[in-house]
Each structure stands twice: as C-alpha cells, then as structure tokens.
Write a protein that binds this ligand. Structure first.
Ligand code: UDX
Ligand code: UDX
Length: 434
C-alpha cells in the first residue's frame, strides 16, 4: 500500500511515521518548504516524545519520504490522507477549512487513478462530502472515494495513542473503502483495537463530540473547584470520589487553570457553530466554553489575592508556559490569558518552560524575562506560580526554592503539591479548589 499524507504537522507527521512503522510506504507532503527541508535533514519541527527516532528509523528504511510537491507524490497512491490544519476562523470560531479545500483541489487536479481520499484533520460534519464535490467538479471522470478517519492523538503521547488506540473510527461510503482502511490498520489486529465503521457524518461528529465531552469533564470539575473553595471542600477528594464511579471515570477530572491546546478550544467552538448553523442548541458546549474562559480569569484573581490584592511591581516567577507537559505547543495555552492579565495589573513576569519558550515568545507579551534555569527564574520573586505540571517542577527541591525567592508565596494551579508539606517549608501556599 502507498499512502500520501498531506500536512506534516502534529497530526500528519505522527500519523505518517506510524503508518510507515506499520509497514506502509508513506510520502508526507507539506507546502512549508523549510519544514520539508528540515524533515529531509532529520530535523523534526515539533517536540513529541519518541517522534524523532520513529521518523529517522522509517526514513532510513526508505518507508517515509518528505516532499513539497503533491503532483510528484500522488502517482500510484492507494490512500491520500488530508491532515492539514483546521484552525478556528478569525472572528467567528468556525473551523477554517481553506487548507482542507485547497488540498482537495490539488488532489482533483493531480489524481489520475483510483484512490481513497481520507480526512484525518478534525473537520465539521459534511466536510468529507464537500471534499468529494470539489474533486468531482475538477475531475468528473475520476474514480475515487472519500472517507473520514479522525485522529484521537494527545500531544505528548501521540505515538502511544496511535499505535495503541482505544478505537479506530472509519467513516466510509462503501465496502471497498472500508476494506482499504482496515488493511492499513491491520497491525492493530494484534492488540484487538476496536475498529468502528460508520457513515461519513457520524465519524466526523464522533470526533467533535468526544473532544467536547472531554472538555465538559474538565470545565465541570473546574466549576466545582470554585464552589469547593467557598464551602471549604477539597476538590481533589471530589475528583476522586466522583471518579471511583465507573460510569464517571477518574480521567479528565483534574482541576487546573482551564484547558488549552490546538484541539479542545477550537473543537468546542466549532461544534457550537455547527449546531448554530443547523439551527439546534448547544447549551452544554457553550457553557463549557464560558466556564473555561472564567477559570482562566479566576486564576488571575487568585494570584492577585495571594499577593495581597495588588500586582503592581510584584515579581512573579511562572513555572511552565505550554498548555500541558510533554509538548512545546502553546496554542491557546491558559498561560497566554493569565500572564497577559497579570501584566495588565502591573506584575513583572519571569518565565521558564522546558520546551515551550520559543513558541511562547511568539504569543506572549514582549516584556517577559525568560530564564534558562529555574533558579534564575525564581530569583528575587515575590511569588512562584506553577502553571504547567512538567516533571522538572514536581521534583523541585522546594526548600531551595523558598530560599532563592524574595517572598514566600506559592500559587499551585495544578494542585501538584501537598498543602501540609508546603506550609511546613514556610510557603504561603495557594492552590485550586481546596
Ligand atoms: C491541527 C489540529 O491540531 C488538529 O486537531 C486538526 O485535526 C488538524 O489541524 P495539526 O497537525 O496540529 O492539526 O496542524 P499543524 O500543526 O498546523 O500542521 C498542519 C500542516 O499542514 C503544516 O505543516 C502546514 O504547513 C501543512 N499545510 C497546511 C499544507 O501542507 N498544505 C496546506 O494547504 C496547509
Ligand atoms: C486532546 C484529546 O485528549 C485528544 O483525544 C484529541 O485528539 C486532541 O485533543 P490534547 O489537546 O493533546 O488532546 O491534550 P489533553 O491531554 O487532552 O489536554 C488538553 C487540555 O486539558 C490541557 O490543557 C490539559 O492541561 C487540560 N486538562 C486535561 C485538564 O485541565 N484536566 C484534565 O483532567 C485533563
């Protein structure tokens, strides 16, 4: 089988490398010339554990190739995956499909024999049919099929999620398409990974509904954390107490500064817009979005309260910037809103992140001091804020931290530390929901 993967970003590069590892010949096509040049030279543009080794191994085995030009790549291809970005459209929050449609157009212009065209990018319901119409209009005589095969990859564990998935979802129109897709996922038979075959619209909606439900769990526990603080409850006990009910499950019930990333924020908004476009309510999804935004602003108030109600000229050391550990991705990271809010109230920010500083510099206010070491970051700080629960921070020598700081305030936005231990060390310790 030969696969062409259009888009070599977080989704396309991981998926392409994993399909190559499954034994398929993969050509990753990307219109970013620098990105392709770097990939050919073994330079991986994103931080994803295990990805560099997987890419280099399959490039060396000749099973993974990178190219700029779709026309050259598309000869005798069996499956073409569209894995380009589908960002939130500026202003209205709809998924921006211009890159998906551009890819469909190029496929229509270059494909000369039967192939299965598969949307892997997260796209609104009906997009697979629109891709079909675009190709059909450009090349009315071409024999091809379309399918939807959404990804459920978490950044930081994307390879594990691909090679050991909870499920594979196939949105297909006929047996031929299903057979081709089952063939390429054949290696997963070894681990009995469930393969769900359904129609195009259901596959597209499963993806949005899954992400929106996971975001709902997070916003639910974050909303409970506010009530928890008021009534004197402990949100970690609430998460545990709820999670022990198998019908609820303990995952995605961890309180935090709000969810971020390139998926939950954009997918929840896109789902709300899809409902709106079809004249139906999305009250729950809309509330999830609002609660998430409130949680980020509540963190600014929490930090201000911890510093006595005024942030003017206060020095705050921010540990972690990325939307979660294990990635360099800063897309919609809560730190962007929270740090901007702190600076607006006069705070002076020094920041550290193991992987995200380069990306952060593009998105955060310019007057932030970035330090290479945690020691430099916290030196003479009035307060330390734990934003992202990287292992490096969880293993800190907290006594040393206390000595290096000027003040003694520690605001833990991930409830990563034990309040009693923090108080014993002498911190004035604040956390979320307890
Ligand atoms: C993103 C979202 O994270 C994911 O949820 C959604 O399913 C698809 O969009 P991601 O891989 O993170 O996926 O996108 P990104 O990292 O932006 O990569 C997209 C790649 O496609 C980029 O490398 C870009 O250069 C490339 N691209 C974009 C093309 O090759 N052709 C185009 O026309 C547009
Ligand atoms: C998510 C989905 O998990 C994945 O299935 C989908 O394909 C893409 O979107 P990702 O965005 O990479 O993956 O990260 P995830 O681990 O889901 O975390 C998303 C955000 O939620 C992060 O900001 C994280 O800090 C936050 N989160 C997660 C919580 O605040 N609490 C939790 O319990 C879990």
């Amino acid at each position: 089988m030969k696969v062409v993967m259009i888009g070599a970003g977080y989704v396309g590069l991981v998926s392409g490398a994993c399909f190559a590892e499954f034994g398929t010949e993969v050509v990753c096509v990307d219109n970013d010339k620098d990105k392709v040049k770097n990939l050919i030279n073994g330079i991986i543009p994103i931080y994803e554990p295990g990805l560099e080794d997987l890419v280099l191994k399959n490039v060396n085995d000749g099973k993974l190739i990178f190219q700029n030009d779709l026309q050259a790549a598309i000869n005798d291809v069996d499956i073409i995956f569209i894995a380009v970005g589908t960002p939130s459209r500026r202003g209205d929050g709809h998924a921006d499909l211009k890159y998906v449609y551009q890819a469909a157009k190029e496929i229509g212009e270059n494909l000369e024999q039967y192939a299965l065209v598969v949307n892997k990018s997260t796209v609104p319901v009906g997009t697979a049919r629109e891709v079909k119409n675009i190709i059909r209009r450009i090349n009315p005589d071409l024999k091809f099929d379309v399918a939807s095969n959404p990804e459920f990859l978490r950044e930081g564990s994307a390879i594990e999620d691909f090679t050991n998935p909870d499920r594979v979802v196939l949105g297909v129109e006929n047996q031929r398409s299903e057979k081709i897709l089952r063939e390429i996922y054949k290696p997963l038979q070894k681990i009995d990974a469930p393969i769900l075959s359904t129609n195009l619209e259901s596959a597209e909606l499963i993806k949005y509904a899954s992400n929106a439900f996971l975001a709902t769990k997070i916003s639910f526990i974050n909303e409970m954390s506010h009530l928890s603080e008021i009534v004197g409850a402990d949100i970690t006990a609430i998460s545990e107490g709820m999670g022990l009910d198998e019908r609820i499950g303990s995952k995605f019930l961890q309180v935090g500064p709000g969810y971020g990333g390139s998926c939950f924020p954009k997918d929840a908004l896109a789902l709300s817009r899809i409902a709106q476009d079809h004249g139906v309510n999305s009250k729950i999804v809309d509330a999830v979005i609002q609660v998430n935004s409130k949680q980020k602003n509540r963190m600014v108030e929490k930090i201000s309260h911890a510093l006595g109600g005024s942030l003017e000229d206060k020095r705050i050391a921010m540990l972690g910037l990325t939307f979660k550990p294990g990635t360099d991705d800063m897309r919609d990271a809560p730190s962007i809103t929270i740090i901007s809010g702190l600076i607006d109230q006069g705070a002076i920010i020094s920041a550290h992140d193991p992987e995200g500083v380069e990306e952060a510099k593009k998105l955060l206010p310019k007057n932030i001091k970035y330090s290479d070491t945690i020691k430099q970051t916290i030196n003479s700080a009035d307060a330390v804020v734990l934003m992202t629960e990287w292992d490096q921070y969880l293993e800190l020598d907290l006594k040393r931290i206390k000595e290096e700081m000027k003040g003694s305030i520690f605001v833990d936005l991930r409830n990563a530390f034990d309040p009693d231990i923090m108080e014993d060390i002498g911190f004035n310790y604040f956390s979320v929901g307890r």
